[in-house]
Design a protein around this ligand. Structure first.
Ligand SMILES: [Zn+2]
Ligand SMILES: [Zn+2]
Length: 196
């Protein structure tokens, strides 16, 4: 796919002064913090040649190279290497694919992707080993899954559930639900066992 729409920034001396007057350099981090308007997402905003722009994008387009506009999996996005959204230092910015950008962020899926060990300290598999019904891949710790399966708590819960099922008034319905649940659980474990 060809990208046809770019943000190009070649400022005049007046525009250069205006851009730099909104920057406060943090000597500790090297971040060029935007002191102008900040949007709800925490990014600096600026009017440049009658266009609302993200401040960090304007600086990158000015100091490094023109920037593709728009959002799709084909269009690389500008990522803050310093994780500071107000920062406009071109050296703290990098063009990456949208997927890479999401994985680098702080969303639960991003954190999960970076995680190397489960909450009990076992090494997690590098690849997804279980796919949810909505097709999102997740990694499950096989040691924890195995131990949970054999834990006394689970055994007690199973016994209790069996008693209710076999003697309760909603016997038929509960038995049916139980069979379906067990089938799903077995399939999940089968899937886990198959992957190395
Ligand atoms: Zn920075
Ligand atoms: Zn574990």
């Amino acid at each position: 796919m060809n990208i046809t729409n770019f943000l190009v920034v070649i400022p005049t001396s007046i525009e250069t002064n205006r851009l730099m007057s909104k920057i406060s350099i943090d000597n500790q981090t090297g971040c060029w913090n935007w002191t102008g308007y900040i949007d709800a997402g925490g990014y600096g905003r600026i009017m440049y040649r009658n266009h609302q722009e993200s401040a960090h994008r304007v600086f990158y387009a000015w100091k490094v190279k023109k920037l593709p506009r728009g959002k799709s999996k084909y269009i690389p996005q500008l990522d803050h290497l310093c994780n500071n959204r107000q920062c406009c230092n071109p050296e703290h910015l990098e063009l990456v694919s949208l997927k890479e950008n999401i994985l680098r962020g702080n969303s639960p899926s991003a954190k999960h992707a970076r995680q190397t060990h489960c909450k009990n300290g076992h090494l997690l598999p590098k690849e997804f080993n279980y796919f949810k019904p909505n097709r999102k891949g997740v990694r499950i710790c096989k040691i924890c899954a195995y131990e949970h399966e054999r834990s006394p708590e689970r055994k007690i819960a199973q016994r209790k559930a069996r008693l209710i099922r076999e003697n309760g008034p909603r016997r038929k319905e509960l038995l049916k639900n139980h069979r379906e649940q067990e089938k799903a659980r077995r399939n999940k474990l089968k899937h886990l066992a198959k992957t190395p």
